[in-house]
Design a protein around this ligand. Sequence first.
Ligand SMILES: [Zn+2]
Length: 249
Amino acid sequence: MRCENLKIELDTVPSLETNDPYFAGVASHIQTCDICRAKLIKRLEAERSIKIALDTMAPVPETLVSSVINNTKTLRPVKSRWRKWSAIAASFLLVVGLSASSYSYWAHLQTQSALKRLCAISIKNHEMHSEPDFISVNAEQIATWLSKRLDRVVRVPEFILASSAVEGGRRCALGKYAAGVFHFEIGGKRSTLFSFYPQQFNVEGAVVPPKLDMGYTVAVWSEDGLGYSLVSEAPPDKVKALFVKAKVI
Ligand SMILES: [Zn+2]
């Protein structure tokens, strides 16, 4: 397998020794590719450092670290009000340094928290709404209906075509944005797919492979510029199999 095809897996594989069949491709690739193996080791080490730093700190305001990185010369404990934050920022800098790659790992963590939030609001919406507003077994018809109602393009994702029974669609408020929703089944289990623009949730280019979250299987990915989040009552293995079939990632 070519290295660039494994970019997403290299960014998301949780460890060098994972047994997760989803990461089998990247796990076998790093046995033979020293470059990817070295990249992965570096990523895991940096993430570990940042986690240690974050665990030992009070909650850090979202803007603090970026402002620190942009203004390191002014980083002096001047007023008592700021002393605490400066100390926290300094300890953070000690651990992660100021390299671009550290900053990108920090940005990576920001994306992770945006993904977490997106999964949580998707699950909540799935729990609260089980009935579609527009009933149809034809996914194209649902996409057309949604495109008209939302006044933007909603495409039928490959994933829906790979699943079995399509039931209908509706519009919803996902966070503060309007999203298109497909209702369908995976192996007879109720599933909800949300369609939005990835920029709306700060999850551009980010992927959550199918995993258990609050008792549901959730996943997030992008396809042709549109973002999708999935909540399914089917087990992760069933959803993973569909990901493979639909060539989602
Ligand atoms: Zn490689």
